[in-house]
Design a protein around this ligand. Structure first.
Ligand code: UTP
Length: 287
């Protein structure tokens, strides 16, 4: 079993974060000291992946630069004795190997994944949306890899949500359950609350098998002309078993201003230095 590839779709427009994302890709917004995309790559590496296949669109080339060696910057930091900063910069050069894939038009998440077919070839692979950071003892992607080792099927990350929120997500219908692992009988993209088959939302972490590419090729575009990954996964379920894992820990939103702010605050409060700074800044009486 070879799960060395991780697909990271990063070609979206980031409209929920405008105007910050007018020129800057949302994947480069910082969370504490590093950009969102670096948190994603670090999670993928912790799950055992070593080859990142990142889908970008025109105008998002700056993401590539973050993972490319910057010899002039490194020489300058070295000459000035800024060794901690130099180590931090060098660490990003050696995190993983990268293949950059272009999505020419924003035709949806399913289409973005389909663009990686050639880069992936005939292997199972990980896929993660960098809009959420994994928070908890065992990274979410790692939990999916562990389930894949046991079941050998595609694995989705599932999270229970309140009934009034399920219409924002893809929703999983369950055939049978073993503790926190569920075999799926169907997936429904953004169901009406009254028609949702469960309260289990599909989150942006996956182990996928290469038959997803044929499934996506056969998937008709849905609303807005977009090809939905959920529809491709529905085809996999009709052809064989697909499991979902109700993961432990949390996924923290960094794809909206409110989520990004809350995530930064929460992580900062756990850092001894930043926590002190943040608590002092929050003491409004001191102003
Ligand atoms: P989102 O639904 O979050 O869309 O995409 P978005 O464009 O990134 O952001 P908003 O909603 O406009 O603010 C989910 C994931 O799928 C990728 C995005 O980059 C994100 O990681 N995606 C989406 C693509 O790579 N291509 C697409 O055509 C659509």
């Amino acid at each position: 079993m070879d799960l060395r590839h991780c697909v990271i779709p990063a070609a979206g427009l980031g409209t929920r974060f405008l105007p910050a994302t007018k020129a800057l890709p949302k994947e480069l917004l910082p969370v504490l000291d590093r950009p969102v995309i670096q948190w994603a790559v670090e999670e993928a590496v912790a799950a055992g992946a070593s080859e990142m296949v990142v889908v970008i669109s025109e105008g998002k080339e700056l993401i590539q630069q973050h993972f490319t060696a910057q010899p002039d910057l490194e020489a300058l930091l070295d000459a000035r004795g800024k060794m901690a900063e130099l180590a931090a910069v060098r660490a990003t050069d050696h995190l993983a190997s990268f293949t950059w894939v272009r999505q020419e038009q924003p035709l949806g998440l399913g289409h973005a994944v389909l663009c990686t077919a050639e880069a992936i070839g005939d292997h199972p692979f990980l896929c993660m949306l960098p809009d959420d950071l994994s928070y908890g003892t065992v990274p979410v992607l790692r939990q999916l890899v562990d389930a894949h080792k046991e079941y050998g099927t595609p694995i989705l990350a599932l999270m229970r949500v309140p009934p009034d929120q399920i219409s924002r997500y893809g929703c999983a219908a369950i055939a049978e359950s073993h503790g926190r692992v569920h075999r799926l009988s169907a997936v429904v993209e953004k169901p009406d609350r009254r028609e949702a088959p469960s309260d289990l939302a599909i989150m942006g972490r996956y182990v996928l098998t290469p038959d997803i590419f044929d499934a996506l090729r056969d998937t008709a575009p849905g609303a807005g002309g977009e090809i939905q990954l959920t529809d491709g996964i529905g085809a996999l379920i009709r052809n064989g078993a697909v499991h979902g894992v109700e993961f432990t820990g949390e996924l923290l939103d960094v794809g909206t201003p409110a989520g990004w702010l809350a995530t930064n605050a929460m992580l900062a409060l756990q850092d001894p230095v930043l926590g002190t700074v943040l608590r002092a800044a929050m003491e409004v009486d001191n102003r």
